[in-house]
Design a protein around this ligand. Structure first.
Ligand SMILES: Nc1ncnc2c1ncn2[C@@H]1O[C@H](COP(=O)(O)OP(=O)(O)O)[C@@H](O)[C@H]1O
Ligand SMILES: [Mg+2]
Length: 256
């Protein structure tokens, strides 16, 4: 049986504002894989996700999602953007905000109300937030809001889930809950997940592979292969030390 490639990049170069952000990225992501994306600020992690969404066009190379060129409004992709705060929506109920996931690409417009409600209830249940359905978003914690964003991204039953820094600003136990939730969703739905994080440690026990981005280039492999002094020094083009202590990995010398 041949595995379906969910993402295929070949020689992708991205230029923004006259600067080359990504030089030459090639990689393949398989069905149901859980990938964590790491790298310093400005490495192009968010840019890469937007490229998969068809929002940014490469100046060279090939981008395919499920065998087809990247395109806007692809409902095979669920996306929770970085820095997405629900501030504009604070007065809305959780279920209304989640429902935007159906309207964003006009897919849900015109769905009969009971069907719509059923779909929203299903994803709320899946992220353990059904009890929050009618609560105004402004009354929810950061972790609860993050659950809603994940629910919203799941509404169209995607094959690829892009989560841009879903662990930012969460305390350690909320962080653990979101990691557990995403892991469960990934395994139960066999959906490929690409999750951007600034820390690999909460994800080390659960991810399949690590995509490390720096200097316009990337390294993809298991954490044992990629998160090593040798591999990261090569990627950065300068000495980087990976130190293991207290059961955690620390990357030293990478951020300038
Ligand atoms: N629309 C844009 N125009 C010009 N430069 C951009 C644009 N968007 C992002 N950049 C630049 O591209 C680089 C990569 O940004 P980003 O993908 O957000 O990095 P990351 O998510 O890894 O922190 C940064 O230097 C950023 O300033
Ligand atoms: Mg980013």
């Amino acid at each position: 049986m041949t595995a379906v490639s969910v993402v295929e990049l070949e020689g992708v170069r991205i230029r923004l504002g006259g600067r080359t952000i990504l030089e030459d990225i090639s990689m393949t992501v398989n069905e149901g894989e859980f990938i964590v994306m790491l790298g310093p600020n400005g490495a192009g992690k968010s840019t890469l996700l937007k490229t998969l969404l068809g929002l940014i066009k490469p100046s060279a190379g090939m981008v395919r999602v499920l065998g087809r060129p990247a395109r806007r409004g692809n409902k095979d992709i669920g996306y929770a953007p970085q820095h997405r705060t629900l501030e504009a929506d604070l007065a809305l109920r959780a279920r209304d905000v989640v429902g935007f996931g159906l309207d964003g690409n006009h897919w849900g417009v015109g769905l009969p109300n009971p069907k719509r409600k059923g779909l929203i209830d299903d994803v709320l249940r899946e992220v353990d937030a059904l009890n929050l359905a009618n609560v105004p978003v402004g009354q929810l914690s950061g972790g609860e809001q993050q659950r809603l964003l994940i629910a919203q991204a799941l509404l169209t039953n995607p094959r690829l889930l892009l989560l841009d820094e879903p662990l930012a600003n969460l305390d350690i136990s909320r962080e653990g809950e979101i990691v557990a939730l995403v892991t469960r969703v990934c395994r139960d739905r066999n959906v490929a997940v690409m999750l951007v994080s600034h820390d690999i440690n909460p994800l080390l026990p659960v991810v399949d592979r690590v995509l490390y981005m720096a200097n316009g280039h990337s390294a993809l492999g298991t954490s044992d292969e990629v998160v090593t002094s040798q591999s990261l020094s090569q990627l950065y083009g300068s000495p980087v030390e990976v130190v293991q202590a207290l059961n955690r990995l620390f990357v030293v010398g990478a951020e300038t």
